[in-house]
Every structure is written in structure tokens, then in C-alpha cells.
Design a protein around this ligand. Structure first.
Ligand code: ACO
Length: 357
């Protein structure tokens, strides 16, 4: 995982908009969130998280065959953030694309990468959830600015002999609720103009009450369906790692599912809602806190704009045995030099061949 150093507390927010720490904590469970510095972006956080994940998996970036970045705050409309990450890693063999399913994106990406490995199309994949939601927030809008934070998390998936990894996945959507959580302008429906900027249409707009109602319903349903798909029962699940949007949403879903709070990872008090990054960040912390062990059966469950929702049941395999020792700093320098040389060669190529066209 990778999160910015800068912490924004509820008290600080209360000096920016008409809100207070007590309201935010009691309605959401959030105490503070991380905010990206000016030089941090979705791709830079994704790259940092990826390097950390690759170090744990002892996989050299040159061996990666697929990179999926799940994000709702891409570096640009195009090219894909995943391509920028590919370049920053020097992942010479990797196909790379972004996946947009809002906060459910990480579950969708995990399923897509697993299926690519299971069909034999690739033998490994890097799945990243990365967000700089602070850049899409209207800091005058107390309905949304209290909820979100920045960060990234990454998983390395590899084909292996043991029976582990994804057992089942549920991916669902309902576009009739597209307007409930939306950044209206900046795409093909409403291209950027002075008017869209003046009307604040490049910021996130949300109907919180409707999203809350939808979330509690689908978190329960998706978990039940994924557990059934894995031919398991709720009592077999060791740990639930839900999308970290609101503590009340998680508690209601757990109550409906009859799962005790102790079997659930909640860290939204320190990070807020980091969208596609929330599940991998919570997973990282569960490992570091000794709450997630090899062979544990885990449910990942989430919901988000779209509307989208989904769940996955996995058997956690833990890191693979060491092959080579990877040093993230060396990889970074190698990838940077490689990128500069490639850009230089492209210029030379254009100089030589450009005049013959
Ligand atoms: N501080 C103080 N008061 C506030 C604030 C605030 N930040 N925001 C709203 N209020 C007020 C409202 O104006 C309202 O006042 P009123 O009763 O006088 O009208 C009152 O508090 C209650 O407002 P509600 O909107 O009913 O508050 P609710 O309990 O529903 O909590 C919240 C709002 C936290 C947004 C909740 O609805 C929620 O969490 N919804 C889900 C949002 C979510 O998870 N979004 C992310 C989806 S994932 C993705 O794809 C990005």
C-alpha cells in the first residue's frame, strides 16, 4: 500500500466547512484522511504501492504480464494510468489498462486478472487500486468533502499449484442510478468549458441518503451470493474486508449477515473512503496486524458509483517463495533511465525517418 503523509483531520475540515468532528465521527466513523501532495498523483501512488507489492511477492517488474489499474481518478482521460505505471516500473512485457467501476473497481479487476491467469492468457498480473479523490472534491461541499481520502493498494496474482486465490466473484451494476454519484462534466456528455467550471460540474456530486440505502442492501446480497458461489457458508468465512465508505453501512451489512464485528477489517477511521484503494489498503493492514493468514477464507465486498457492486471470496495464499531479491529503489531508477532512453530513441527515429514520409 501507499498513502500520502499529509493527514487531514475532522477538526481541520470543521475550519473549512460548516461541520464538526462529532457529526462526522457519529455519521461515518471517519476521524481523518490522507491527502496527496501537489507532486503526488494516482499513477505515482499506484507505482509506489506496486513496488511494495512486488517486493513482497519477490517478482521483478520485467516479469509482469498484465497491469490493471482500477481507478475513478485517472491521471488523464487517456492514456490509461496503467500505462504510466507500466513505464514507471519498466514492466517491458506487460499489457496495461484501466478499469472504471468506481469503488467496486478493485473487486472487478481482481476477478478480471484471475480469469486472465486461469485461461492461461497470462501467468501473473498486478492489480492496483489507486485514487486521488481529493482532486475531484469541492472543498466547500460538506456532503462530500468529509468522506474521501487518497491512497493506493496493490495485489500481485500468480498462477500456482496450490488451491488458492479466487473461489467466486459477483459483479453487478445498475446504470439507472448513474446520477446518484457522478462527476457530471469533463467527458463526452459535457465537455469542459468556462460554464462547466463556473457551475462546479467537474466536482463529485452525490445523493448520500440514496447511496446509503443502496449500499446496505447490496453489500448483504453480494456477500451472500459470493459465499454461495464458493460453495461455502457464512460461518466458514474467517475475515470480511469491505469497501471502507461508512462504518454504519458496514455494521448494518454485518448485522444482516450475522457476522460479528471482530471478523471484519475496518480502517476507515484513519483513511476515509479511498474508493478502489480501500480494500487493498485494508488487506495490507490486516496482514501487518496479524489478522490475515495463509489459507484464510476472505470476503471482499464493495459498492460504488455506476451503480456497481460486487463481492469476491478468496483463499488467501500469502506471498510466494523468494526467487530474487527485489530492491524498489533500483527498479525505480532503472525504469526512469529506460523511459528516458526510449523517449530519446523515439526522437532520433522521427528525425531519421520523418523526412521520408
Ligand atoms: N456536517 C454537519 N452536518 C451535515 C453534514 C456535515 N458534513 N452533511 C450533512 N449534514 C446535515 C444535513 O444537512 C442534514 O441536516 P438537516 O436534517 O437539517 O437537513 C443532516 O446533517 C442529516 O443529513 P443526512 O444526509 O440525512 O445524513 P446521513 O445520516 O445520511 O449521513 C452521509 C450523510 C454520511 C453522506 C451518508 O448518507 C452516507 O454515508 N451515504 C453513503 C455515501 C457513500 O458511501 N458514498 C461513496 C460511495 S462509493 C464511490 O463510488 C465513490
Amino acid at each position: 500500500m501507499a498513502v500520502p503523509e499529509r493527514v487531514l483531520t475532522n477538526e481541520e475540515l470543521a475550519q473549512m466547512v460548516d461541520t464538526n468532528d462529532e457529526w462526522i465521527r457519529s455519521r461515518t466513523g471517519i476521524r481523518e484522511r490522507r491527502i496527496a501532495e501537489d507532486d503526488q498523483t494516482t499513477a505515482s501512488l499506484a507505482t509506489e504501492a506496486a513496488l511494495n507489492a512486488l517486493a513482497v511477492a519477490n517478482l521483478n517488474p520485467m516479469e509482469i504480464e498484465l497491469i490493471i489499474v482500477a481507478t475513478s481518478t485517472p491521471e488523464h482521460l487517456f492514456p490509461a494510468t496503467a500505462c504510466i505505471v507500466q513505464d514507471s516500473l519498466g514492466a517491458v512485457k506487460a499489457g496495461a489498462f484501466d478499469l472504471l467501476a468506481a469503488c467496486t473497481g478493485f473487486i472487478y479487476a481482481l476477478n478480471m486478472a484471475t480469469q486472465a491467469i486461469r485461461t492461461g492468457s497470462v501467468s501473473n498480473a498486478l492489480v492496483i487500486g489507486s485514487e486521488t479523490l481529493s482532486r475531484l472534491i469541492n472543498w466547500q461541499d460538506r456532503d462530500t468533502c468529509i468522506l474521501f481520502g487518497d491512497g493506493a493498494g496493490a495485489f500481485v496474482l500468480q498462477a500456482g499449484e496450490e488451491k488458492a486465490g479466487l473461489l467466486s466473484a459477483v459483479m453487478r451494476s445498475d446504470g439507472s442510478g448513474a446520477d446518484l454519484l457522478i462527476v457530471p462534466a469533463g467527458g463526452s456528455a459535457l465537455s469542459p468549458s468556462i460554464d462547466t467550471i463556473q457551475e462546479g460540474l467537474h466536482y463529485m456530486d452525490m445523493n448520500g441518503r440514496e447511496v446509503f440505502r443502496f449500499a446496505t442492501r447490496v453489500m448483504t446480497q453480494a456477500t451472500e451470493n459470493a459465499v454461495k458461489g464458493a460453495k461455502l457458508e457464512i460461518k466458514d468465512i474467517d475475515l470480511v474486508i469491505p469497501h471502507q465508505a461508512n462504518r454504519r453501512i458496514i455494521e448494518i451489512a454485518l448485522r444482516n449477515l450475522d457476522i460479528p464485528l471482530e471478523r471484519c477489517v475496518i480502517n476507515l477511521d484513519r483513511y476515509g473512503n479511498t474508493s478502489t484503494a480501500s480494500i487493498p489498503i485494508a488487506t495490507c493492514e490486516a496482514i501487518e496486524d496479524g489478522r490475515l493468514h495463509p489459507n484464510d477464507k476472505v470476503v471482499f465486498v464493495g459498492f460504488g458509483a455506476g451503480l456497481t457492486w460486487g463481492a469476491a471470496v478468496v483463499v488467501w495464499s500469502g506471498a510466494f517463495p523468494t526467487r530474487i531479491k527485489m530492491v524498489p529503489g533500483v527498479i525505480r531508477v532503472y525504469a526512469r533511465v529506460r523511459s528516458v532512453i526510449l523517449r530519446f530513441l523515439r526522437r532520433i527515429d522521427a528525425l531519421i525517418w520523418g523526412r521520408y514520409q
